[in-house]
Design a protein around this ligand. Structure first.
Ligand SMILES: [Zn+2]
Length: 280
């Protein structure tokens, strides 16, 4: 399924002389208008269909997977990796890390890193804490940068493709990190429209690593977008809960984590019972 890139580089037969070295490697976010689509809680029954859609649009994405789901979905993870997507760590089983000890946090993350590395040969570069929940213990216990988001489509709440598309298209800005969950059919069905609309607005779809390329990201620090000035996300530094804004941003989760993301639960068919891909 590397057709899209292959077709770009080489037409059938003839033009093979030009295909060798210096074909463009994709978007350059220092020039292009880049955005990162991120998909949490999978892989699930619809993830391969999502990968088909991303391929059709030559769009890269980042998947924050649960370590507990890796062993049953090794092929899907290998496909993500082979097709230019990034895989990040979303803990082993979706724990709120602020409720765990430092040792427990590290265990959640290390088990997941190991599972992903076994499946793909590549270690994840970033962590997405479930619910975006983090505190000082989490910051001190995580050995990678933490990636939050600035556009929350709340797809798990609406389960409505049109609403998901509207939220993504209306709230996205250059350097944004958009949050989706690929365990929902309604989300995966929304992505063709999301890509079409954002393409019209001139966006290039890149991985988190590509979006933050050139910026230094520190282990244990949290980031929600790649717009300058490039500073760490202003998450609470003390135990005292910060006053909440009404905006459903990633910062709002420390005190109300359950408003941000549901606990993962079976949505439709279980991942093992892969169904026929819906007719497009
Ligand atoms: Zn999640």
């Amino acid at each position: 399924m590397l057709l899209a890139g292959g077709l770009l580089l080489a037409g059938p037969g003839a033009a093979s002389a030009d295909t060798s070295a210096d074909a463009p490697e994709g978007p350059d976010c220092s020039v292009d208008k880049c955005i990162a689509l991120t998909f949490d809680d999978g892989p699930g029954a619809y993830t391969d269909l999502l990968l088909d859609t991303l391929n059709e649009h030559e769009a890269a994405a980042t998947f924050y997977v649960l370590g507990s789901k890796v062993a049953d979905n090794t092929g899907t993870l290998q496909r993500m990796s082979a097709e230019g997507h990034e895989i990040g760590n979303h803990t082993w089983d979706h724990q709120d890390l602020t409720e765990l000890s430092s040792q427990e946090i590290q265990s959640e993350l290390q088990r997941t890193d190991q599972a992903i590395t076994r499946a793909t040969g590549e270690e994840p570069g970033t962590v997405r804490p479930p619910y975006g929940a983090l505190d000082q213990t989490v910051r001190q216990s995580v050995n990678q940068p933490m990636l939050l988001w600035d556009v929350d489509t709340r797809d798990w709440e609406s389960l409505d493709s049109a609403q998901v598309t509207d939220a993504a298209v209306q709230e996205a800005a250059e350097g944004s990190v958009l949050l989706f969950h690929d365990i929902h059919a309604s989300t995966v069905e929304a992505i063709p429209g999301v890509l079409q609309e954002l393409e019209k607005d001139g966006y290039e779809f890149v991985t988190v690593e590509q979006l933050f390329d050139g910026h230094s990201m520190e282990s244990g620090s949290a980031y929600s977008n790649a717009r300058g000035p490039f500073t760490e996300d202003p998450a609470p530094q003390t135990g005292a809960p910060a006053p909440r804004t009404e905006e459903p941003t990633a910062q709002a989760e420390d005190t109300a984590p359950n408003l941000q993301e549901p606990r993962p639960r079976p949505e439709g068919p279980a991942p093992q019972t892969q169904t026929e891909a819906p007719v497009r």
